[in-house]
Design a protein around this ligand. Structure first.
Ligand SMILES: [Zn+2]
Length: 246
C-alpha cells in the first residue's frame, strides 16, 4: 500500500471539531461516504467551507498509516443558506443523521447521494419542510433496504393491516393491535410510500393533525431497524409531538 491523493465532491453530513482544533467531517459523495480530517482546520480558511450541509470539493490525501484521509484543500461548490433557518435546520440535521446511519463507508451509491442532496434542497426551498422530511426519510430507508412491511401484519402476517405498531413502527392487523386503525389518508401514505415517486408523494401532503402518527411510526421503525441513532430519535419525537410510551 502506498500514499495516494484523490479529489472528491460531496456534502458535509457530519462535522466535529476536536480539542486540538482539527475538523473531522463525514461527506456523502456519489462514490460513497468518506470520513476525513482537516488538521488545524478550525484556525484556517477551511473552517468556513467545511460547514454542515455545504457541498464541497476536497483534495484528500491518504497514507497507509492513518485511518482518516487528510483534507488538503477544499472549495465551496454550493450552499443552501436557508438550512440555517430555525424552522428548517432540525429537519436537515435529522435527514443527515439518518443518511449517515444508513450508508456505510466504501459503499458506492450515486442514488444515495442524489436522494440525500435532493432531500436537503427540498428542506431548503419547499414551503413545507416537515413533509419533505417525512417523505425523504422513508425514501432513504427504502433505498438502504429498510422498507417497512405494509401488505401484511408485522406480527401475524394477516393481509391488509391498518393499525399502528407501537413497538416496531410497521402495521398490525386489528387482532394484534390494541390501538384504533390509522385514518385512511395516513394508512394510504404508510402503505404506498415505498412504491410511489417522490413527486407523487409531495403532491399529496397529509394534514398536520395526521403527521404525529407518521413521526411515531418512523421513529419506532428507525430505532428498531437501525438503532444507535439517539439524537435522531429524540429529535423525531419532539417534532412528532407527544411520544407514545410503550
Ligand atoms: Zn396480526
Amino acid at each position: 500500500m502506498r500514499s495516494r491523493s484523490a479529489n472528491r465532491s460531496g456534502i458535509v453530513m457530519r462535522r466535529r471539531v476536536t480539542p486540538a482544533g482539527d475538523i473531522i467531517v463525514t461527506l456523502l459523495t456519489p462514490q460513497g461516504k468518506i470520513k476525513a480530517i482537516a488538521r488545524g482546520g478550525v484556525r484556517g480558511s477551511q473552517a468556513s467551507r467545511l460547514n454542515l450541509f455545504h457541498h464541497v470539493g476536497v483534495q484528500l490525501y491518504q497514507t497507509p498509516q492513518a485511518d482518516l484521509a487528510t483534507v488538503q484543500q477544499s472549495v465551496l461548490e454550493g450552499a443552501l443558506p436557508r438550512l440555517s433557518e430555525p424552522e428548517r435546520h432540525p429537519y436537515a440535521h435529522l435527514l443527515s443523521e439518518l443518511a449517515d446511519a444508513l450508508f456505510q463507508e466504501g459503499e458506492f451509491s450515486e442514488q444515495a447521494f442524489e436522494l440525500y442532496a435532493g432531500a436537503l434542497r427540498g428542506v431548503s426551498h419547499h414551503p413545507d419542510p416537515e413533509w419533505v422530511t417525512l417523505v425523504m426519510s422513508y425514501k432513504l430507508l427504502s433505498l438502504a433496504g429498510f422498507a417497512p412491511r405494509s401488505r401484511q401484519c408485522a406480527r401475524c402476517a394477516a393481509p391488509d393491516p391498518a393499525h399502528p405498531d407501537p413497538l416496531g413502527g410497521q402495521l398490525l392487523c386489528g387482532a394484534c393491535s390494541s390501538q384504533p386503525p390509522h385514518p385512511a389518508e395516513r394508512l394510504e401514505f404508510l402503505r404506498e410510500v415505498p412504491r410511489r415517486s417522490v413527486r407523487a408523494l409531495m403532491d399529496q401532503p397529509l394534514p398536520a393533525e395526521q403527521r404525529p402518527g407518521v413521526w411515531r411510526s418512523l421513529e419506532r421503525f428507525v430505532t428498531v431497524q437501525i438503532g444507535g441513532v439517539q439524537s435522531w430519535r429524540s429529535l423525531a419525537s419532539s417534532l412528532g409531538g407527544e411520544v407514545v410510551s410503550a
